[in-house]
Design a protein around this ligand. Sequence first.
Ligand SMILES: [Zn+2]
Length: 72
Amino acid sequence: MVLKVLAIVVVLILVYIFFFKKSRESEITGNKKHEIEDELVECPTCKTYVSSKESILSNGKYYCSKECLLNK
Ligand SMILES: [Zn+2]
């Protein structure tokens, strides 16, 4: 009887670890996907390439900094 309970507990722990690992893996792949989506865009003011993630979007154009956005 005790062994049966122990076996159930072990199975539950294994299931928990399996799902926990899977969710963490999908989190990592999700981050990787986001990195691929991040692309280089040209700043129309200083012609410097910046990643779209770090740039400032204004009127459909990506600016590398606030200065470039104001001096367009
Ligand atoms: Zn710029």
